[in-house]
Design a protein. Sequence first.
Lengths: 111, 118
Amino acid sequence: DVVVTQSPPSLPVTLGQPASISCRSSESLVYADGKTYLSWFQQRPGQSPRRLIYEVSNRDSGVPDRFSGSGSDTDFTLKISGVEADDVGVYYCMQGKHWPSFGQGTRLQIK
Amino acid sequence: EVQLVESGGGLVQPGGSLRLSCAASGFTFSNYWMHWVRQVPGKGLVWVARINSAGTIANYADSLKGRFTISRDNAKNSVYLQMNSLRVEDTALYYCVRDAVGGLVDYWGQGALVTVSS
C-alpha cells in the first residue's frame, strides 16, 4: 500500500508569516496518463474537511490565492504565503493511486 | 450546490449493527463513485470504502473487509454503509464523500457519529 507521510505534525505560525507543510509518498504518484494526483484538505475546528488543492497545484474555487501546492513524483508541499487567523485547523494530503490514503495531518496554530 | 447528508448514526453495543445513509443532491449522482471516510474524534482521516457509479464494484480498507458493506441506490440518490459486528474501535465520525479524478475525493458531508459502547 502507498504510505503518505506528512510533516511537521504541528505548526505554530505567527500571523502574516508563511507556512509550509510537506507530504511524501512511498511510491510515485504519477499515473499512467502522465498526470500526478495529490490533493490537500483543510479541516477547521468542528467542520468537515474541505478540499483546497487538487492535482498537486490547482486551487479549488473560492480558495484564497495565499494557498499554493507544488511538487512532483513523491514529494509535495502546501504553502500558505501569509497565515491568517482563519487558517487555523488541520491540513491533510491525500493520494488515490492504489487504495486511497491520507497523511497523518498537520495542525496549524497561531503562535 | 453539492450536498451530502448522512444519517443513521447513534449508540450501539459491541457486536451490534448499524446502517448509515447518505443522501446526495446538486450533482448527477449516478455518474460518480462514492466513498466513506471515518475519523475518530481528535484523530486523522481514514478511508473506509468506495463504490462505483453502477454499484457493481466495491472496495474496502483491509481492516474492515467482511464486516462493512457499501451499497447504493441511484434511483434514490443515496449511498449506504452497513456495519456489522461493531467494535469499540469503530467509534468515529463517518463521512460520505464524493469521488474525484485520480481515485481522490472532493465534497464531504457533515458526518454521522457512530458510538460503539456497552
